[in-house]
Design a protein around this ligand. Structure first.
Ligand SMILES: Nc1ncnc2c1ncn2[C@@H]1O[C@H](COP(=O)(O)OP(=O)(O)OP(=O)(O)O)[C@@H](O)[C@H]1O
Length: 267
């Protein structure tokens, strides 16, 4: 990702995300999965959601992606409802979910095919995306020939294809080994720093959340609710060396303490 290293002022292309008194229950009579969630995420902000298993992190992302409904409250991406703005949302999951019969290039091109877009502009954009995620040496490979990290790079390029204003990342690096996870996390952070897409990252790793985010939202479970909203006032661009600073450790500790007493599977 050489093009990302020399980075300039952030280009704000993100949308504001607003959740107001959002309430979600999957089964009638059960405790709500999300209760009275109020959250405002500024355009271009990178916010992490952390919290114990089952506190509703993925549910919140699915609501924002317009994939599931909710009973009460208001959700907006810019001035659009989630269902209206689906094309403006890029989604990345723990597993890359690539089409096995399509090459790297064809997988990155998929969103354009689905949207019925073709032509030289599309071909150029696909080339750019592949270069951006550092896969120019692997364009014709099939998914089964790729490492886990390479598969996630394809997934990232695909999520960025239609230039979404919002990125939703559901534990995108958690299936990778620790070295690759840190490396790809930092690369994504640098990409975010110059693209300015409003981003929500779900992670079980507090250090990953601190390294990448502007703010960390800690959620408690049963019912899923916000227990802390922690600002990460570390300088950008973020560098691996920040982990050793006392400020990094203080922020991580603040998040940990907010989750004490919550039934945690936090790293
Ligand atoms: N489709 C569904 N139908 C019924 N219950 C569901 C459904 N999806 C999730 N749940 C329940 O809602 C709760 C929150 O699930 P969710 O996946 O949002 O949690 P999470 O915080 O992302 O958990 P994890 O960290 O383990 O991924 C859990 O109790 C889960 O069992």
């Amino acid at each position: 990702m050489a093009s990302i290293a020399e980075v300039r002022e952030p280009v704000l292309t993100g949308e504001r995300i607003t959740l107001h008194r959002v309430h979600k229950t999957y089964s009638a009579g059960e405790q709500p999965v999300l209760k009275d969630i109020n959250l405002e995420i500024e355009p271009g902000e990178l916010v992490s959601l952390v919290g114990p298993s089952g506190c509703g992190k993925s549910t919140m992302l699915k609501i924002l992606a317009g994939l599931i409904d909710f009973e009460a409250g208001e959700v907006a991406i810019g001035d659009q409802q989630p269902q209206e703005g689906r094309r403006d949302v890029g989604f990345m999951l723990q597993q890359a979910v690539l089409m096995p019969w399509r090459s790297v290039r064809e997988n990155v091109k998929l969103p354009f095919d689905i949207a019925g877009l073709k032509g030289q502009d599309v071909e150029d954009r696909v080339d750019q995306l592949i270069e951006l995620v550092g896969l120019d040496h692997a364009v014709e490979k099939s998914p089964w020939e790729l490492s886990g990290g390479m598969q996630q790079r394809v997934s990232l390029a695909r999520a960025l294809a239609l230039d979404p204003k919002v990125m939703l990342l559901d534990e995108p690096f958690s299936a990778l080994d620790e070295f690759k996870r840190e490396h790809l996390g930092l690369e994504f952070t640098h990409m975010h720093e110059y693209m300015g897409k409003t981003t929500i990252l779900v992670t079980h790793s507090i250090p990953e959340a601190v390294m990448m985010s502007d703010r960390i939202i800690a959620l408690g479970a049963h019912p899923g609710r916000v227990v802390a909203d922690v600002k990460v006032d570390l300088p950008r661009p973020r560098t691996a060396g920040l982990v050793g600073t006392s400020r990094f450790q203080e922020i991580a500790q603040e998040v940990r303490e907010a989750l004490v007493g919550e039934d945690g599977s936090i790293a």
